[in-house]
Write a protein of this length. Structure first.
Length: 324
């Protein structure tokens, strides 16, 4: 998958994550903290005496859970409710049409989302740290996306001629790619780089030299680690990639002129993406071509909501229906 498509997936996932996080906050964190009654069903005097539950304090001011929940609902409520309603409509339509997502389809989608990450564990770890998503939540999001795609494309006809032409026109999506795991040490001048190369030849630790000598402070503290980079990545320094491509894992080269100085480059590892079988290529091509010909997923969602007569019931504080 090209880098631009990966970025689009990340942006889409982040948008979904905001909605999911809001659901989590409202349904889990903001669940009633107590009914005001003890285990025997009698009024809890302590709860009554304390008044409204407090979510936070700032100086001598208190922010109640009611204020917190009200603000969250105002900011995210419509979006979260729309997502829950859309998922309900997708479930009903998929069940009526006999559409399901197999474990192999889900695994393929997840593998596609993980491209560019060192491992599955690294992907899930970063999603949890940056977006607060668990593996189960990520799988759930992917499953609903696949169901919606199946609903959108179920009546799309693709001829063999269209399929073959699509594969021919999009060869880059279906060919094997090489990824390089790189690290570097960047110095201000060539002489400093040559001195460090000499130390490496004598057995010095690359990680330690990167930490102490590299002027690239973004990578110095992690041993100069640059991560996995596609060998033909057009956005990365081409001289560095060309030099690294000729190395065996564990070898270093340099100095190489880069922006801001001279680089010593380590090829930590190399891997080739698995070649897809002809059947896998045709299946993926058929899906992508059908999605291009189908209505947008957003439009399909809205049609499903209308089909299943989705209604929003907004209640005021007293519990009466304000709008339907």
């Amino acid at each position: 998958m090209g880098k631009d498509r990966v970025l689009r997936r990340i942006v889409l996932l982040q948008a979904v994550c905001m909605m999911v996080l809001a659901v989590v906050v409202i349904t889990r964190v903001l669940a009633p903290q107590g009914s005001g009654k003890n285990e025997g069903g009698e009024p809890d005097e302590d709860v009554q005496d304390k008044g409204p539950a407090i979510a936070a304090t700032v100086g001598n001011e208190r922010i109640t859970w009611q204020e917190f929940e009200s603000r969250l609902k105002d900011q995210y409520g419509d979006t979260v409710l729309h997502t829950l309603m859309a998922r309900a409509a997708i479930r009903q339509e998929a069940a009526a049409a006999g559409l399901t997502v197999s474990e192999s389809e889900l695994a393929q989608e997840l593998n596609s989302m993980m491209e560019g990450y060192e491992s599955e564990e690294r992907y899930f770890s970063e999603m949890r740290q940056s977006l607060g998503l668990t593996p189960e939540e990520i799988r759930d999001d992917a499953k609903y996306k696949l169901l919606l795609e199946k609903i959108a494309t179920r009546d799309i006809a693709i001829t063999d001629e269209e399929l073959e032409q699509y594969v021919t026109d999009h060869q880059a999506q279906f060919t094997t790619g090489i990824q390089l795991r790189l690290a570097w040490i960047v110095t201000e001048g060539e002489q400093a780089a040559e001195e460090l190369l000499g130390q490496l030849e004598e057995g010095a630790s690359f990680d330690e030299l990167a930490a102490s000598a590299s002027i690239d402070r973004d990578t110095a503290s992690i041993g100069g680690e640059l991560g996995w980079i596609e060998q033909d990545d057009p956005f990365f320094d081409q001289d560095v990639l060309m030099a690294a491509s000729s190395l065996a894992p564990g070898e270093v080269t340099g100095p190489i002129p880069v922006e801001g100085g001279q680089a010593i480059v380590l090829l930590a590892d190399r891997k080739e993406e698995k070649t897809m079988s002809e059947e896998e290529i045709r299946s993926l091509a058929r899906k992508q071509l059908a999605l291009e010909k189908a209505e947008s997923l957003q439009d399909v969602e809205e049609k499903l909501l209308r089909k299943y007569e989705a209604k929003v019931l907004v209640s005021d504080a007293a519990g009466t229906d304000a709008k339907t």
